[in-house]
Design a protein around this ligand. Structure first.
Ligand SMILES: Cc1cc2nc3c(=O)[nH]c(=O)nc-3n(C[C@H](O)[C@H](O)[C@H](O)COP(=O)(O)OP(=O)(O)OC[C@H]3O[C@@H](n4cnc5c(N)ncnc54)[C@H](O)[C@@H]3O)c2cc1C
Ligand code: FES
Length: 287
């Protein structure tokens, strides 16, 4: 019995994701003034496979480790694609990595978006700002499964036109059959011919049959709360609304308690939740 426990321990640590794999940056693309997308590949073996909504812990040697959502195509196992905004020491170090430089990657971690819940229904993705990065894998997945969905809509809002993430790709998607894209910005100059206003105003016009709709939300929490209310007002069942939450994370695997939100550890029980599971917690200040 003891032998089994001694042997099990290192396997449990490795299997549960505490040991980083070494990845190399293959390409680095600037998306916005403070935001880059890295395509990374492991030094050995294939890139990790993941489900939409999962994240990794990215470790820059001598600086630290942060949680970052996977924003690539789940069907493409060749590279790990992640979009990072430089807000503090670690994210700035990740954004500053050059092609050929290495970093540690743990994952994939976390509960994915329950994308299969959308089979036979209308799927609506509502994203705000950088929230398009964690939701982009849903869109890749939906396009690959479009014959099993009644419709696909992407509702995207951000502050200004120069803050639109993946702008060329959004433009391409807006011309893709079977995919409806709505974009709005909070404020814009005269050179912006698109819509100005909050993202919640765009939701109802893009719904086909609210009672047959599954919605997936990611963005600032205040935006997600208003979006969830707009969906409810339009008749979408709250059980069919899912969202992805962010909290400061250290271990990423349910050990340290840093990401606790009420009864949930976001890294272990989330980051994706059905809205009713977190609705009341989201209104508690600084929880
Ligand atoms: C599940 C999950 C998925 C995530 N996915 C992504 C992703 O795809 N891309 C990405 O860029 N980030 C993502 N984040 C956020 C990322 O982990 C943080 O930005 C990062 O931990 C900041 O660490 P830092 O050391 O660079 O900055 P810190 O020194 O920790 O923070 C610097 C400053 O930035 C503020 N800050 C911290 N986090 C954020 C934030 N998320 N937004 C705005 N301000 C912040 C802090 O309050 C502080 O004022 C995700 C977080 C979680 C939990
Ligand atoms: S980050 Fe340690 S428990 Fe979630």
């Amino acid at each position: 019995m003891n032998d089994v426990q001694i042997l099990d321990r290192p396997q449990a640590v490795q299997g549960s994701g505490m040991l980083p794999s070494i990845y190399e940056v293959r390409t680095r693309r600037r998306e916005l003034a403070d935001c880059v997308t890295l395509e990374m590949a492991p030094l050995e073996g294939p890139a990790l496979s993941f489900a939409p909504g999962q994240f990794t812990m990215l470790y820059v040697h001598g600086v630290g480790e942060i949680a970052v959502s996977i924003s690539g195509n789940p069907a493409n196992g060749e590279a790990l694609v992640q979009t990072v905004r430089a807000v503090g020491a670690v994210s700035k170090a990740v954004c500053g990595l050059k092609e050929g430089q290495r970093l540690g990657v743990r994952g994939p971690l976390g509960v994915p978006w329950p994308v299969e819940q959308a089979f036979g229904k209308h799927l609506v993705v509502v994203a705000g700002g950088l929230g398009l990065a964690p939701t982009r894998p849903i869109i890749y997945w939906a396009l690959a499964n479009r014959e099993r969905l009644k419709s696909i809509a992407v509702v995207y809002g951000t502050r200004t036109p120069d803050q639109i993430l993946y702008a060329p790709q959004l433009l391409g998607w807006s011309n893709t059959e079977g995919l409806q894209v709505g974009i709005t910005v909070d404020r814009a100059g005269e050179d912006w011919a698109g819509r100005v206003g909050v993202v919640t105003e765009l939701i109802a016009p893009m719904l086909h049959d609210p009672e047959e709709t599954v919605a997936m939300l990611c963005g600032p929490e205040i935006m997600m709360r208003f979006a969830a209310d707009a969906l409810a007002d339009a008749g979408v069942a709250q059980d069919d609304v899912y969202l992805s939450l962010e909290r400061n994370m250290k271990c990423g695997i349910g050990w340290c308690g840093h990401c606790q939100m009420g009864p949930h550890l976001l890294c272990r029980d989330g980051p994706v939740f059905a809205y009713p599971a977190v609705r009341d917690l989201m209104t508690v200040w600084e929880l």
